[in-house]
Design a protein around this ligand. Structure first.
Ligand SMILES: Cc1cc2nc3c(=O)[nH]c(=O)nc-3n(C[C@H](O)[C@H](O)[C@H](O)COP(=O)(O)OP(=O)(O)OC[C@H]3O[C@@H](n4cnc5c(N)ncnc54)[C@H](O)[C@@H]3O)c2cc1C
Length: 389
């Protein structure tokens, strides 16, 4: 029987996935999740577009997606509590990456990496794009890459709550509290301190604070290159029915996917300050996004903006990939941060990986060494070509 205590800071999808895996893999472990806002009003996990793709360019990210989609397909059984099978409404309708002539080489290179690992992704030339998607303006396109299996979208909030509920049913304790410091002794965190005045002794502490993880790291004297970058999501209706419609990534940088009978869309802003207030950028819809949408999908000239919201990407400005494991200055403070817009889809496997690091000191199922924190101090960025910033 374990007497260890793991304190997880942040109860979003990452913290809750980890709490689930820890209590599943080691049922006697004491696990406490400290969450300052159980309503998740500003948490990325509640504001996410919650889409999953196999179309990354680095083997580690492709392998995570392959394992994640398996978990998501089985989530009803994996996270069932008292015969209540959660339904995350997973739809595998694919991603369609589009490229003009200048983007062809990159798309082909990523496709080769995906195929080498068995991902089911097909290349489509301009004629195929035009005939498969009659609603698409393919005139300035040269190539598309379509995920045939394992890509699509789901209800991210349902996944978050399912992880939390299952973790609780397995013994994890969720406490409403704001972390404000650490007790540190001889290179180890000995306790986590909260603004409510409690001191929680621990064997491991985990930074799962999403866009706010940089502040948590700073409390322990660690410089974590993760910044909160606002992303607006626009909910749009279009009078013309358009089918089939995968999640589309345009060469101009916008993305769009169906959301029930409507659509959601977004893009990476040019001006991208840290910590912008979480009000959506309505003006950018008119001036930037709508013209691009109407160019690519002429039926969108008659589209209407229904509403918008904004959430933070937890942007890793070093290399836009997950930052996992410990920093060399502290032996038992774990990081699971910096997902830069692809954390929701990675959460099932990242939670399992962190649980393995805590319980066994190494990855035992999927080797995620390429994502360890050490690469930052060693200045070895992981070059992922398919980041949707
Ligand atoms: C608009 C948008 C679209 C996205 N689209 C996708 C997508 O299509 N696919 C995909 O895979 N990912 C997507 N993402 C990214 C994904 O949602 C995130 O990577 C993921 O949700 C991060 O989860 P998290 O648990 O690390 O962070 P969060 O969900 O933000 O959770 C962190 C938690 O930490 C808590 N916290 C912070 N500080 C403290 C403290 N001091 N004390 C206690 N608690 C604290 C916060 O209250 C919060 O609940 C998107 C994100 C956004 C914003």
């Amino acid at each position: 029987m374990s007497t260890d205590h793991v304190v997880i800071i942040g109860g979003g999808v990452m913290g809750s996935s980890l709490a689930y895996w820890l209590t599943r893999l080691e049922p006697t472990l004491a696990v406490t999740v400290l969450e300052r806002d159980p309503s998740y009003e500003h948490a990325s996990s509640a504001l996410s577009a919650a889409s999953i793709r196999q179309q990354f360019s680095t083997p580690v990210n492709i392998r995570i997606s392959q394992a994640s989609i398996e978990f998501l397909r089985n989530v009803g059984a994996e996270l069932c509590v008292d015969e209540d099978h959660p339904d995350i409404q997973l739809r595998e309708d694919g991603y369609l990456y589009l490229a003009g002539t200048e983007g062809m080489a990159r798309l082909r290179a990523a496709h080769a990496a995906q195929r080498a690992l068995g991902a089911d992704v097909a290349l489509l030339d301009r004629a195929q794009l035009g005939s498969n998607y009659r609603w698409l303006n393919a005139a300035d396109l040269a190539l598309g890459a379509l995920g045939l299996r394992g890509e699509g979208w789901f209800d991210g909030y349902a996944l978050l709550t399912a992880f939390g509920r299952k973790a609780r049913s397995q013994g994890a304790r969720y406490v409403k509290a704001e972390v404000c410091g650490f007790d540190i002794d001889a290179g180890r965190v000995t306790a986590v301190l909260t603004a409510q005045g409690s001191r929680l002794p621990c064997n491991h502490a985990v930074n799962a604070a999403g866009p706010w993880s940089r502040h948590i790291a700073a409390l322990a004297g660690v410089d974590l290159p993760v910044f909160a970058r606002r992303r607006s999501v626009y909910l749009i209706s279009c009078p013309t029915e358009i089918k089939p419609f995968p999640l589309l990534i345009d060469p101009s940088g916008f993305w769009i996917r169906p959301d029930g009978k409507r659509f959601i869309a977004g893009f990476s802003p040019f001006d991208d300050p840290n910590d912008a207030p979480l009000t959506p950028d309505y003006a950018a819809f008119e001036t930037h996004l709508w013209p691009l949408l109407s160019h690519r999908i002429p039926a969108f000239e008659a589209a209407r903006l229904e509403r918008a919201w904004a959430g933070y990407f937890e942007m890793n400005t070093f290399d836009h990939n997950a930052i996992l494991g410990t920093h060399r200055s502290l032996a038992n403070l774990m990081f699971m941060n910096g997902f830069s817009g692809h954390g929701m889809q990675q959460s099932p496997i990242i939670g399992r990986a962190l649980a393995e690091l805590i319980l066994h000191g190494r990855f035992t199922s999927l080797d995620l060494s390429d994502l360890l924190f050490a690469r930052i101090d060693d200045n070895r960025p992981l070059h992922e070509a398919n980041v949707i910033g």
